[in-house]
Design a protein around this ligand. Structure first.
Ligand SMILES: Nc1nc2c(ncn2[C@@H]2O[C@H](COP(=O)(O)OP(=O)(O)OP(=O)(O)O)[C@@H](O)[C@H]2O)c(=O)[nH]1
Ligand SMILES: [Mg+2]
Length: 322
């Protein structure tokens, strides 16, 4: 009889623990929905760390359709954070609630950026319409952040009208952001001649809007003209050329035009593109869940230790065969 009692006791404890978790998720989400940023921060951390119950929580979410996820990407130092700051100001003026996720690649090159964003956007930290969270990219191989899609959905649940995701355009992140955002803004500067070459290899397709920032610098008009030229050449009868907006973010110039352009892409976004975006998101999450057991650091070490006779397919076989 003793073992049966033990089982009942254990099951009872499990029920208590599970109901504790479910109450915690429910309480935090209802507080976050009512505008409590502390609860939102905690929810984001729980999802970021995949704490017990996160998947059930995500599965229970529902959100409005008016919300818009805007991706801001571009080369390091192009002025993305400064522009984000001015866009927040425009939207707050319109009475909108804005949530921002800044993804910071955790390379030593960008160590200062996190602090930089804090300083630049510090004026918003006490505004109850604006929530800003910086994330490290946490070893996601050249990508955004392993839980960025899920965290963006938590932001949607919290009811922001606009959710901005700022990311430095390196590696895979541009492609990932196109799958994440309803509208992708690519920020360039007049000196971005080389980036135009890069764009031919993929950036062009993902941009809904190009912003040429630092238009106070020499060569801005020529750069805009060249860019427009290139975009016109690649446009088709059923696809208008991607709009180009000139800004001087440090002087808050041009940000209203960027907001208008973002609004316009919302109106013109078609059902086919939406389906494509949802499919891209679903594929990303499935791929991530399937590779979840692979510790990236161990994986990298394993590759490092391979000999010259290394064969990629032999190496990955142990990961893909069941
Ligand atoms: N001249 C000029 N400088 C600008 C403009 N916008 C931003 N800057 C400056 O450019 C520098 C980089 O700006 P950030 O907003 O940090 O750029 P970022 O793209 O967010 O940088 P990372 O996140 O590090 O990639 C800062 O010193 C800004 O003051 C502009 O319109 N004109
Ligand atoms: Mg920045």
């Amino acid at each position: 009889m003793q073992p049966v009692h033990n089982y009942i006791h254990i099951i009872g404890q499990l029920v208590v623990i599970l109901s504790y978790f479910s109450t915690m998720w429910n309480e935090l989400s209802s507080k976050a929905k009512s505008g409590d940023f502390k609860s939102l921060s905690r929810l984001l951390s729980l999802v970021e760390n995949r704490v017990e119950g996160y998947y059930e929580f995500l599965s229970s979410l529902s959100f409005g359709t008016h919300q818009k996820v805007v991706g801001i990407t571009g080369p390091p130092g192009a002025g993305k954070s400064t522009l984000t700051d001015t866009l927040i100001a425009e939207w707050v003026k319109q009475g909108k609630r804005v949530g921002v996720l800044c993804v910071d690649p955790s390379s030593p090159f960008h160590l200062g950026a996190l602090l930089g964003d804090r300083i630049r956007m510090s004026s918003w930290y006490n505004n109850d319409k604006v929530y800003i969270r910086s994330l490290a990219s946490r070893g996601s191989l050249g990508g955004l952040h392993p839980m960025i899609l899920e965290m963006t959905d938590v932001m949607r649940m919290a009811g922001f009208d606009i959710i901005l995701v700022e990311t430095v355009g390196v590696g895979q992140s541009e492609i990932e952001i196109a799958g994440l955002a309803d509208c992708t803004v690519v920020v360039l500067v007049p000196e971005s001649g080389d980036e135009i070459q890069v764009m031919k290899a993929g950036l062009m397709e993902i941009a809904d809007i190009f912003v040429v920032n630092k238009a106070d610098r020499p060569g801005a008009d020529l750069f805009v003209a060249n860019l427009n030229n290139m975009l016109h050449q690649s446009s088709t009868p059923d696809k208008a050329p991607t709009p180009v907006v000139k800004t001087i973010a440090v002087e808050h110039k041009g940000s209203a035009a960027v907001c208008e352009a973002i609004e316009a892409t919302h109106r013109s976004s078609n059902a086919k593109r939406k389906t494509w975006l949802l499919a891209a998101r679903a594929m990303q999450i499935i791929a991530k869940e399937r590779t979840r057991d692979i510790d990236k650091q161990v994986f990298l070490k394993d590759i490092e230790q391979q000999q010259d006779t290394w064969n990629l397919y032999r190496f990955i076989k142990k990961y893909i065969s069941h």
